[in-house]
Design a binder for this molecule. Structure first.
Ligand code: AMP
Ligand code: ZN
Length: 396
């Protein structure tokens, strides 16, 4: 008996969807430890061998994912707005080894990391630069909570679009016996805490998956003051990425800085474009090898085809993809987003003429930004571009 299972997909998986299908296989069955979509089929590595009906069930679920994501999917041409990916960079080793050895990265659990002094300085530097971008628009600063009410996420269709990546928050029920029992018996085994499920209250709250939602919620059900707004905030974000969690590239708990635009369509689109142009100058200063290209959000299986096609048809999302020389691939360190009037309509945010407000945001992943820079320049500050050496003040 083997832990490997090879499945030949009933529908051919086009090359541009390989990554999307592969990442979704993580959520198909708890038995799946690793999934790889290759030219000759889907290779699954399982936690234990499966046979008989269990194996048929697994195969059926995999085929279902493939057919839902692939059949009738149309390939939109990737649009590249900037391409500086061949900018020369001096480093090509895997920064993880040194980050771990120097205590710059400590894994508490899968997707959860403590970062050391160099990473902290780098992130503070990048956040400072992104805040300067926000300042250049005269943005108002906000602080948003880490928790987010379920009823808000429901209102913006989040449960339908991204159910797989949600993180739920709960607490013990207000019940003396339940709390007493927990305090006496709570213990962790290899699967987690051994608490009876009925000890927990019904979920009313989740961990926030993005920053800008909080602004939209605060503007809901009223006219937009002044008819237009630019805001900025930094915050903890949570996306459960299962077996796809990998180093600082894909975390469960990460930090995002956003610059957020709310107002008329042209106001949002023009600011998104101006923001991109300003960032081009910054990326040149720090010598980052990257490109900006059209992208889509990682919608769950049932929504993927329709939503991804919609996003690309209306040019709603562009990603800043930094080169990772050590694995000959790229990593999205930020995105330029336009949501049309989706939040304006869902949340009833109105413009002076009564129409729903348009929204957009520029979002930066701070850990990814620092990680991508180190992947291109290494941890030795002497090899960094001058703009970076000066900006990242030494000290611990
Ligand atoms: P998005 O809203 O998906 O465009 O996310 C904005 C940015 O957040 C991305 O470009 C990444 O830099 C960062 N980000 C998103 N998901 C993760 C993750 N799981 N781990 C680390 N950074 C992430
Ligand atoms: Zn946003």
């Amino acid at each position: 008996m083997t832990n490997q299972l090879k499945i030949t997909p009933a529908a051919a998986i086009p090359k541009h969807l390989t990554g999307e299908v592969q990442s979704k296989l993580a959520y198909v069955d708890e038995a799946i430890l690793r999934a790889r979509v290759a030219a000759d089929g889907i290779m699954l590595e399982l936690r234990e061998p499966v046979e008989g009906p269990r194996r048929s069930e697994l195969e059926e679920k995999v085929q279902r994912v493939v057919s839902m994501m692939v059949q009738g999917a149309f390939r939109s041409k990737a649009q590249v707005l900037e391409d500086f990916s061949s900018r020369p960079v001096p480093f090509s080793a895997d920064p993880n080894t040194e980050l771990l050895a120097r205590g710059e990265m400590f894994q508490e659990a899968s997707g959860i990391y403590t970062l050391g002094p160099l990473m902290t300085r780098l992130i503070a530097f990048f956040d400072g630069q992104f805040t300067e971008l926000a300042d250049s628009f005269g943005a108002t600063s906000y602080r948003f909570p880490t928790l987010i009410p379920a009823r808000y996420l429901e209102r913006v269709n989040y449960f339908r679009a991204f159910p797989h990546s949600l993180t739920f928050v709960t607490h013990l029920r207000e019940d003396l016996d339940t709390i007493d029992d927990f305090s006496q018996h709570a213990a962790c085994d290899e699967h987690g805490l051994n608490t009876p499920p009925d000890s927990f209250s019904k979920t009313q709250t989740l961990l926030s998956p993005a920053v800008c939602y909080h602004l939209y919620f605060s503007l809901a059900d009223k006219p937009l003051p002044g008819g237009g707004l630019v805001a900025t905030a930094v915050g903890n974000c949570f996306r459960y990425e299962s077996i796809n969690l990998a180093s600082l590239e894909r975390m469960w708990n990460f930090t995002m800085r956003e610059v957020i635009f709310v107002g008329l369509k042209d106001f949002v689109l023009q600011n998104r474009e101006t923001g991109r142009e300003r960032m081009r100058g910054f990326f040149e200063k720090i010598g980052l090898a990257y490109r900006v290209e059209s992208a889509n959000d990682p919608f769950f299986i049932g929504e993927f085809k329709k939503q991804a096609a919609f996003q690309s048809a209306f040019q709603l999302k562009f990603e800043i993809r930094a080169r990772l020389p050590f694995k000959n691939s790229t990593l999205a360190v930020g995105s330029y987003n336009y949501h049309q009037d989706f939040f304006g309509r869902s949340l009833n945010i109105t413009l002076p003429d009564g129409s729903p407000a348009h929204t957009g945001c520029i979002a930066f992943g701070l850990e990814r930004m620092a990680f991508a820079f180190l992947a291109q320049y290494g941890l030795d500050e002497a090899r960094w571009p001058e703009g970076m050496r000066k900006g990242v003040v030494s000290g611990g």
